[in-house]
Design a protein around this ligand. Structure first.
Ligand code: ATP
Ligand code: MG
Length: 393
């Protein structure tokens, strides 16, 4: 039996973007994500995108698994293709959904007829298909309110399609409809979640990671690669810049009071990330900061770091509790990677008693104690290493 995948578009409030552009971007993203699985044909009509495999060898389970992570889709149905003939439609419905119907207690039939020339209208299609199912699966009852299985028949231009219960899509907006932003990514729990949340709003990602070898290990960097690998299953390709932060951290340690170490480091992180972000055409920064979580994430501390960012800073997890962040982290399968123990540069030279209420004036004064700060930042930007992270590349 020939099968295809039917996709229901996401958000209809497409501010500033018409449906056709939205769908073109969505299709481009799906194509990219299905790379390596074979050839597909894409047809868009009436808020549905059909994805048709060009041959029978294509692994549709894998295709569905990948499409479930593409933003901009609310529903996914794997469907059987049949001729536009009512007998064929009733036969295919019972055959194709036999497994689901065998284990269900109740069902209903939903019909959509976009080809108005088809001789049966929607209620008539429901009657025919429902009758055929009841006579073959004698244990079933009809429940139009809350059925175990909804059999959907769609009669479209070229063919009719039959499918069972629809799977939930990833929601959000297609990647690339929301501009580009640069995420400051650590190996922790919060920043990969922040990256995922902004990607869900259609933002394409560039990433910056600060590493301080030999204080931080290669394993810590690999962890970041793996975390971004998980994020990129949703966001598409991510360009990661790994910045050597050792000399900057040593300079802060040597010239600034210990209690201001973290705030000063975070200010310089913002300055450095802004440089890379602007160079890469990003219009915002993203961090995984959550208010009050640690001393560097109080309102006062954020005020000190924010003024060093040359771009708007998005902090999508700012108002979330740790357990809420963890549940998203698990959902995107990042949690087990995040909790691996390797040192992050933030935990190198951590002060015993960080100042929780620094003022921007004081932070500026302290930062000015570092000799040749600009040269150190220049050097860090110039020597940043690029790695392209692409889940199905
Ligand atoms: P995370 O779980 O994301 O590491 P956290 O709660 O541990 O967050 P901090 O370590 O204070 O918080 O870092 C706050 C934010 O600063 C992170 O969410 C991330 O955006 C950024 N950040 C921290 N360390 C790094 C790093 N080594 N490289 C790039 N960005 C970093
Ligand atoms: Mg951290």
């Amino acid at each position: 039996m020939k099968e295809i995948i039917l996709l229901k578009d996401g958000e209809l409030a497409l501010k500033g973007l018409n449906r056709s552009t939205f769908e073109d971007i969505l299709i481009r993203n799906i194509k990219e994500r299905l790379k390596g699985l074979g050839e597909f044909r894409f047809v868009k009509s009436q808020s549905t995108v059909t994805v048709e495999p060009e041959n029978d060898e294509i692994d549709l389970d894998e295709a569905v698994r990948r499409i479930k992570k593409v933003f901009g889709i609310v529903g996914i149905s794997r469907a059987a293709v049949c001729e536009k003939d009512i007998n064929e439609i009733t036969r295919v419905s019972a055959d194709y959904l036999a497994d689901e119907l065998t284990f269900a207690k109740t069902f209903k039939v939903k019909a959509k007829r976009s080809d108005k020339k088809f001789p049966f209208d929607s209620p008539a299609i429901c009657d025919e298909v429902g009758g055929a199912i009841l006579s073959r699966f004698r244990h079933l009852k009809v429940d139009v309110r809350d059925p175990d299985v909804t059999v959907t028949v769609e009669v479209r231009d070229r063919f009719a399609y039959v499918h069972g219960t629809q799977l939930r899509g990833a929601g959000g907006m297609p990647s690339g409809t929301g501009g580009r932003a640069c995420v400051l990514i650590s190996g922790g729990i919060d920043s990969p979640v922040a990256a995922y949340m902004m990607a869900k709003r259609g933002v394409k990602l560039t990433a910056v990671h600060f590493a301080s070898p030999p204080y931080t290990s290669e394993l810590a960097e690999e962890k970041v690669h793996e975390l971004l690998g998980k994020v990129s299953e949703y966001s598409g390709r991510v360009n990661l810049f790994t910045v050597r932060f050792t000399e900057i951290q040593e300079a802060i340690r040597d010239f600034c009071p210990e209690e201001m170490f973290t705030v000063t480091m975070r200010r310089i992180m913002m300055k450095t990330a802004t440089r890379i972000a602007e160079w890469q055409g990003c219009d915002a920064l993203i961090t995984g900061e959550s208010l009050g979580q640690v001393a560097s994430q109080t309102i006062n501390a954020l005020k000190c770091t924010d003024e060093c960012a040359g771009l708007p800073v998005f902090r999508p997890v700012i108002g979330m509790d740790k357990n809420e962040i963890v549940s998203v982290s698990r959902e995107i399968d990042a949690f087990d990677i995040s909790i691996r123990p390797y040192e992050d540069c933030c935990t190198v030279f951590t002060p015993r008693h960080p100042r929780t209420r620094p003022t921007p004036e004081y932070a500026r004064e302290i930062e000015a104690l570092i000799p040749e700060e600009d040269r150190l930042i220049d050097e860090a930007v110039k020597t940043a290493k690029l790695k392209i992270i692409e889940a199905f590349g």
